[in-house]
Design a protein around this ligand. Structure first.
Ligand SMILES: Cc1cc2nc3c(=O)[nH]c(=O)nc-3n(C[C@H](O)[C@H](O)[C@H](O)COP(=O)(O)OP(=O)(O)OC[C@H]3O[C@@H](n4cnc5c(N)ncnc54)[C@H](O)[C@@H]3O)c2cc1C
Length: 292
């Protein structure tokens, strides 16, 4: 298939890109790695009249360290982030999850910003950033705003981005010294979209009790789902095997209403979430104990 006709612009600065998006309104779409947008255009599921290609906007590709956070430019390639030592040190959950995103060839082009803006409910990156408590810097001609991940993902492939707005940066807060993390998923073949997956961070206090648990689920809702009931079960408790099983049970029974499709029934996805959440929590707690 070939895409419907479109006009093509290749700006070199964020300001130029924003001006083009504002000039063309809802007709225009930013083009990042093109790994989701171009197939959608080829199938004519998307028909933007104007593409604003961000690949020459060098100012959007970076990984920067600050004391209390890591800042990642939206055009940072998935593969670059996966291999970045700073990301590995400061946000190891992202390093652990990225090899599950498609295949290396796709990650060479695909960007972190594209994954976030695309908001696929089975995408690994949105769930990881939700578990990490990340926030997103959105910029329009009128200025910038920062939106926490909890408020950014608003529905099926829907986000808080306004039509002429660009996602310019992902900010990931520093993890506590007593924190552990884990990413697990089940896909039919490596590189396929997951049937279900879990990104978890667990922070312990000085006595070994759970201070905070952020468990984000993918493939089981309209977007990434923060398993609040499961997190509540854990908070304040000593993370014994029994408690981890109870939290995983809460994630599966109370936090989700998973869809069924040709790949997996709703009941199977629920079962996957119970098992994967328990495994993710076990590993996250073990890592938190090692770090403490
Ligand atoms: C065969 C195949 C398998 C895949 N498997 C997986 C998988 O297992 N897991 C997974 O998570 N993904 C998977 N993907 C998708 C891949 O990760 C994409 O790279 C990603 O979803 C989109 O990133 P992109 O940079 O390619 O964005 P694009 O395709 O260029 O854009 C995607 C959408 O985001 C918008 N957008 C992009 N950047 C911005 C920005 N800075 N500001 C505002 N809007 C923006 C675009 O307008 C478009 O609507 C797969 C893709 C393919 C082709």
């Amino acid at each position: 298939m070939k895409p419907a006709p479109f006009a093509y612009h290749r700006p070199e600065t964020v300001e130029e890109a924003l001006a083009l998006l504002a000039a063309h309104g809802a007709e225009a779409k930013p083009l990042a790695g093109g790994q989701s947008l171009i197939p959608a255009m080829n199938f004519r599921l998307a028909r933007p009249a104007v593409l604003v290609d961000l690949n020459r906007v060098a100012a959007l590709a970076y990984v920067r360290e600050e004391t209390d956070r890591v800042r990642i430019g939206a055009m940072t390639r998935q593969r670059t982030a996966e291999r970045d030592p700073l990301v590995h040190r400061r946000a190891p959950l992202l390093t652990e999850a990225l090899p599950h995103v498609a295949h290396a060839q796709i990650r060479n082009r695909g960007t972190l910003g594209g994954s976030v803006a695309h908001a696929d409910p089975a995408g690994e990156v949105p769930a990881v950033l939700l578990a990490l408590g990340a926030s997103f810097v959105l910029r329009g001609l009128g200025g910038s705003r920062t939106v926490p991940a909890e408020q950014f993902f608003t529905g099926l492939f829907e986000t808080a981005l306004a039509p002429a707005e660009l996602l310019v940066e992902i900010a990931i807060p520093a993890m506590s010294a007593r924190a552990g993390w884990s990413f697990v998923e089940v896909a039919r073949r490596h590189g396929d979209y997951a049937l279900a997956g879990v990104a978890a961070t667990v922070t312990l206090d000085e006595t070994g009790r759970c201070r905070e648990a952020r468990i984000a689920l993918l493939g089981v809702g309209a977007g990434p789902v923060l398993a609040r009931r499961a997190g509540k079960e854990l908070t304040g408790g000593v993370p014994t095997d029994k408690l981890l099983r109870e939290a995983a049970g809460a994630a599966s029974a109370k936090d989700i209403d998973p869809p069924g499709d040709i790949h997996a029934s709703s009941a199977y996805r629920r079962q996957l979430v119970a098992v994967l959440t328990r495994r993710a929590l076990e590993r996250a707690v073990a890592r938190a104990r090692d770090a403490a």
